[in-house]
Design a protein around this ligand. Sequence first.
Ligand SMILES: [Zn+2]
Ligand SMILES: [Zn+2]
Length: 272
Amino acid sequence: MTDISYHNHSRFSDGADSVDAMVQAAKAAGLAEFGLSDHWVFAPFRNPEAKTWSMAQEQLDKYVQEVCQARQKYCDDSFQLRLGIEVDFFPENAAQVVAALGDQPFDYIIGAVHYVDRFAVDHSAETWAPFTQAQVDDIWRQYWQRIRGLARSGLYDIVAHLDLPKKFAFYPSVELRDEEDAALAAIREADMIIEINTAGLDKPCDEPYPSLSLLQRARALDIPVIVSADAHRCANVKRNFPAAYELMARAGYDPDIRWHFKQRRREAGRNA
Ligand SMILES: [Zn+2]
Ligand SMILES: [Zn+2]
């Protein structure tokens, strides 16, 4: 089985384990390709909490260096290591935040929306609980507008966890199909790829990101898909992968297609 996972975190952001430990775990789990994608979060508002889960600007060189060193150490004919990063999209400063990455040799850049205005959608159920249903609906609506903006910016290669606000099982009460479809159309237009992020299965929403319905619509638009564990610790580097392949097949994708990223170019291959 050619298993690949590009969306994963180390201690450089909010992961529990070192780059080396994560890479060793990926190799031991039998992944054919693994990538680190630590958080790069620079909000256009005062955001002291980001310190606890984003890489600091001055850590970037060290992060790149450690991943490149691990590549020398662990890569062989049956294992490849890729250098990625997960960048938060804010409409106010998206281009500057990506420009601050300089000319580091990233294999891919994952674009993510974790914030709607100043609200972190994936922080905790307690932060969602006080909202009225109308406010929940509004967060979802704005979230989809942001995903559309992320795609239209043309700055990223992969869209992270497409329907992340469902994490704590707070769902919209209104039909947001137009907003969702506009976001998907923008992703198609930008020739981006989406991920089936298997972390969602371990959260209150109890299913991968995105839902089957979104995935079916992505399939209809021919948006390519990859599977990612979004691991924040060694034990999770290959979590729930069979469920992701099954979901791919149910949505009409060929579950044996594998997309490979290198130096921000992607190429399709097949499961071997
Ligand atoms: Zn994320
Ligand atoms: Zn992540």
